[in-house]
Write a protein that binds this ligand. Structure first.
Ligand code: SF4
Length: 357
């Protein structure tokens, strides 16, 4: 008779993960000294960005804005410049706005009540649960893709993590898990760590997993099929016509994007959106972007974002003199020394770095 398969007991899962995390936690800068503010910063940075990229940026950001008060009073341009390399600049704006709320409504101390945390810009249920449990040991649940995947595999639950019923089920499991733990901070952080480093979407390291003996998906040999992949969305292509004008001293003409929408508030060479398939002579390109300069067509630059791909049709030109006539509608020439203070998307940085003949 085959051995009976039981869904793992949640208290066993919790204590196993706590013990595992005690000796397997990665050494990450935001774990060195934990405060509500440092957790808020690392949480927002880690949303949609890989740990390795956040490691590079976190320490400098904290050195530059060591407290909520320091961040709240900094100009937005400085915050965006310090965020460069992390992408998704909306999160930088949220963090800046959250710091202002913390200063104005909570005397500069990040609150630990879930509702108060969720009232901060950019803080959802997951981040609120993470901050409150890890910083203050509260029994708050956390669910993201990593956590859902671990729970679904442990219980061999089919379907994608995004299915409504599975998402609701995962929150119930996560609450049971943290309620059954002896140390909510360690349990929640360990759960996230296990999902990120061991129970990965592809090629999970089951042989090193502390839960291997309990995992139903492993026992049934269905790890690779759980959770089901979510259907791929068709990416829309955005085509941008960009003009790089360089002054004889090396300064480049830049403009700021609108505050809302893609790359909101970031800087770029004069750029307009054009329809797919449109072609421009250099004269037509200059007219379309409203610059007066002799242009040459350069190569195209493409980048892929989460929901769309972007293709830049790049033209370039150089001018003599100060170019004051081009500094209209907020456009300005920015020298090589000043450019680090202007936040830009990685795609635009590639445009500016492109060697042109
Ligand atoms: S045994 Fe494998 S599939 Fe199961 S929880 Fe561990 S890593 Fe994930």
């Amino acid at each position: 008779m085959p051995a009976r398969e039981n869904v793992p007991k949640i208290s066993v899962v919790a204590t196993t993960i706590e013990e595992w995390f005690t000796t397997n936690a990665r050494d990450l800068p935001w774990r060195h000294q934990r405060t509500g503010y440092s957790a808020l910063v690392s949480e927002l940075m880690l949303q949609q960005t890989q740990v390795s990229r956040v490691i590079d940026k976190y320490t400098n950001f904290m050195a530059r804005f060591p407290t909520a008060k320091a961040l709240a009073k900094a100009p937005e341009s400085e915050v965006l410049a310090a965020w460069q390399g992390l992408g998704y600049y909306r999160r930088a704006r949220f963090l800046h706005a959250a710091a202002k709320v913390v200063v104005e409504q909570h005397a500069g101390v990040v609150p630990m009540e879930r509702d108060a945390l969720m009232a901060l810009p950019g803080v959802g249920r997951y981040s609120a649960g993470s901050i409150a449990s890890i910083v203050d040991g509260r029994r708050e649940a956390i669910v993201d893709g990593n956590v859902s995947r671990v729970f679904q595999r442990l219980a061999a639950r089919e379907g994608s993590v995004n299915e409504k019923a599975n998402a609701a089920w995962a929150w119930v499991q996560a609450q049971r898990f943290v309620d059954a733990s002896t140390n909510p901070a360690k349990a929640n952080e360990g759960l996230m760590e296990l999902g990120a480093s061991i129970c990965t979407p592809a090629a999970p390291k089951c042989e090193s997993c502390p839960l291997a003996a309990q995992c139903l998906a492993r026992k049934r040999g269905v790890v690779g099929a759980i959770p089901a992949a979510k259907p791929r969305a068709v990416k829309q292509e955005l085509v941008l016509l960009s003009v790089r004008i360089t002054r004889s001293d090396g300064a480049i003409l830049l403009e700021q994007r609108a505050q809302s929408g893609l790359w909101g508030g970031l800087w770029q060479p004069p750029t307009v959106e054009v329809v797919e398939g449109a072609e421009f002579t250099p004269i037509a390109a200059a007219k379309r972007v409203a610059v007066t300069a002799k242009l040459t067509r350069a190569s195209e630059v493409s980048c892929t974002l989460t929901h769309r791909s972007v293709r830049f049709m790049l033209y370039h030109g150089s001018i003599r003199g100060k170019g004051a006539a081009l500094e209209v509608q907020g456009r300005r020439f920015v020298t090589r020394e000043e450019i680090a203070n202007y936040a830009m998307s990685n795609a635009v940085k590639r445009l500016l770095d492109l060697r042109l003949s």
